[in-house]
Ligand binder design. Sequence first.
Ligand code: PAF
Length: 272
Amino acid sequence: MKIIRQKKDLDNLINKINSISFVPTMGGLHKGHESLIKKAKKKDKHTIVSIFVNPKQFNSKRDFNTYPRNLKKDFKVLKKLNVKYVYLPNYTDIFSFKTNNVIYLHPFSKKLCGRHRPGHFKGVVNVVNRFLELIKPKYIFLGKKDFQQLFLIKKHIIKNHIRTSVISCNTVREKKLLPFSSRNYNLNAKNKALAFKVFKFLRKEKTLIKKNEVKKINLINIRKKILKFGIKKIDYLEAINLNNLRKAKKFNENFNFFCAFYIGAVRLIDNF
Ligand code: PAF
């Protein structure tokens, strides 16, 4: 496994290989990342995985500082998966060059997480765009758990005519439905059990809505119940129509629940 830290070494590599599958990460690797990497490796033989905790996409210093970092474990995972290239850039190499593309933020960036984490998506699209300009991958692999991020990156790529295809990958879940996320490393056993309980409940409620043919989707009682479980803060719980990204009103719309809530200081998001 080749670990690339300097931009000049990355440039040398990019000049040598021409068809790259790229998996951007912030480390804290888990089964979700593993599945992205496996897909990337199948698609192309030159897979580059980046690990860079991007300060520009965090709203608070505390969140940035407590984001799970475990490079030793990450390397173990990457070696096990036979990843050939790992890019560990420094801040200056990523942020000091002038970009060719202009950051495009689709209006959906103002909704859901965008409403609660001002500047977050600008930070995400900015860093991903910079990676795309540096690496020029044929494919980029992103997970559907971060649906909004995935959508906004796609829109940015289309708007700027970037020649990278986005491969959307399904969310990988633990046995009890909790989606794998780096932030789960910050949950203790008790909090994890609480997270399981919430996700299980939400699943059940969604199935009921679909089955019951209720005229109007009403999330107020579901919110109340979640708070009763012991969740202290819900940023949002919405049913979003996946065809038009508006709030779903009726059971027969093609909708997903989108939620973000806190367990202690850990913010979890999901959509299903
Ligand atoms: O999903 C993530 O881990 C990050 O938002 C990404 C895409 C690596 C950009 O920093």
